[in-house]
Design a protein around this ligand. Structure first.
Ligand SMILES: *Cc1c(COP(=O)(O)O)cnc(C)c1O
Length: 425
């Protein structure tokens, strides 16, 4: 019988044997000892499975990666030091200088910078597109050297819903994988592989940890994309890797090729590992992820409904509201709820908005989102401040947009706090 996702949250990844510790052990060791030299040699040749250095792999990190992999319904996964590292690895694993890829322009500001500025310096070009355009319009952005399509299930900060059917068709009709950042929805509310995504990434810093305690990321592969069928496009996976004695990842590792390469090649060279200690914290978060996501969604719905009817609020964006323009799309892909994040603008001037934000007591101004503490942020003056007004508009971030992350406090208390602050305008 297949387990329910609640059980996977609590019990997967690490399995205690007789007399073993019940909670996942933290293997706080950089290295692992071997009795014979030959065995160690075979580990380096990737001929034998085993641990030899924590920059490449560590048992605690692997337990947690395995749990997230199972939650997403994938075949293999690797933890990274941050969500940024996960997004970089996910794309760089299949792109090199001279390549091109396509991403939604509504993605997280950090990822927008990484793709548009930093990767450009590496000779990889990203075209940002309006994800709401029809298929025929979006199709025009594909080029012969396009290697992947990237989007977020729910965009940060604008909480727009991705049309998976359209994006999966676009990617697959052009012979490239669809990479999805599923940070806001989490596998509790959306499993992108079921809607055609090939690779999923997360910033585990957000709901997976859930307590604002650790920065981390993960890349998960569905195993569904047939690299060999497009071998000419993916030489890194389909031709011999001279830095690994000429192994061909897609031949040697089959469905695990993508993650095997990310570990053997990118982790070896970039070293963006998650520490075993941090992985342990992420696991504590995962154990209660199901319960917390339900509560975050329930409270966010109440907060969004309250704001929607308030005379001093100009607009509210929460795809869980019945009258939201993306409600139907959200219901299609996330019937049990979206996330705890919503956006709104207050009526009046920029000064009014600042007065309102400063008057909040329970909700704190923080560069964070998606944890147990209610927090808010004004992207135009915080996370997105490096963007020009033009770029902000392109990313769909209104200058008055306030991103509000509903935590696990009482919804009544959060609403009372909002009410008294709105009264001060
Ligand atoms: C926060 C976030 C990231 C970046 O993750 P870090 O862990 O901060 O590096 C990437 N994508 C989304 C959607 C995020 O919310």
């Amino acid at each position: 019988m297949e387990k329910h996702i609640e059980t996977t949250c609590v019990q997967s990844g690490y399995y205690a044997g007789n007399g073993d510790p019940r909670q996942m052990p933290i293997i706080q060791s950089t290295t692992f000892k071997y009795d014979d030299s030959d065995y160690m040699g075979r580990l380096f040749d990737l001929e034998e499975e085993g641990y030899f250095y924590t920059r490449l792999a560590n048992p605690t990190c692997d337990y947690v990666a395995k749990k997230i992999c199972e939650l997403e319904g994938g075949v293999a996964a690797v933890l990274t030091s941050s969500g940024q590292a996960a997004n970089f690895f996910a794309v760089f694993n299949i792109c090199e200088a001279g390549d091109h890829f396509i991403a939604s322009q509504s993605i997280y500001g950090g990822t927008f910078n990484l793709f548009g500025t930093t990767m450009k310096k590496m000779g990889i070009e990203c075209t940002f597109v309006d994800q709401t355009l029809p298929y025929e319009e979006l199709e025009k952005y594909f080029r012969p050297n396009t290697k992947c399509l990237f989007g977020e299930t729910l965009t940060n900060p604008t909480v727009n819903v991705l049309d998976f059917d359209k994006f999966a068709r676009l990617a697959h009709n052009h012979g490239v994988p669809l990479i999805i950042d599923n940070t806001f929805a989490t596998p509790i509310n959306c499993r992108p592989f079921e809607f055609g995504a090939d690779i999923v990434v997360h910033s585990t810093t957000k709901y997976m940890d859930g307590h604002a305690a650790t920065v981390g990321g993960v890349v998960v592969d569905s195993g569904n994309f047939d690299w060999m069928a497009h071998a000419e496009k993916y030489p890194g996976l389909c031709t011999p890797d001279e830095s690994y004695h000429g192994i061909v990842y897609a031949e040697k590792f089959g469905k695990n090729a993508y993650i095997s390469k990310a570990v053997a090649h990118l982790m070896r060279d970039f070293g963006a590992v998650q520490s075993p200690q941090n992985a342990f914290y992420v696991n504590l978060g995962l154990e209660s992820l199901y319960v917390r996501m339900k509560q975050h969604c329930e409270s966010a719905y109440k907060v969004a409904s309250f704001l929607k009817q308030h005379e001093k609020v100009a607009w509210v964006k929460y795809p869980g509201l019945e009258d939201d323009p993306e409600y139907t799309l959200a219901q299609k892909y996330m019937p049990n709820g979206t996330c705890g994040v919503l956006c709104f603008g207050v009526k009046g001037s920029r000064e009014d908005a600042i007065k309102f934000m400063d008057a909040l007591n329970l909700a704190n101004i923080e560069t964070h989102v998606s944890d147990s503490h209610t927090c808010l942020l004004h992207p135009a003056s915080h996370t997105h401040r490096q963007m020009t007004d033009e770029q902000l508009k392109e990313a769909g971030v209104a200058p008055d947009l306030i991103r509000f992350s509903v935590g696990l406090e009482s919804a009544e208390d959060i609403i009372a706090d909002l009410e008294q602050a709105l009264d001060k305008i």
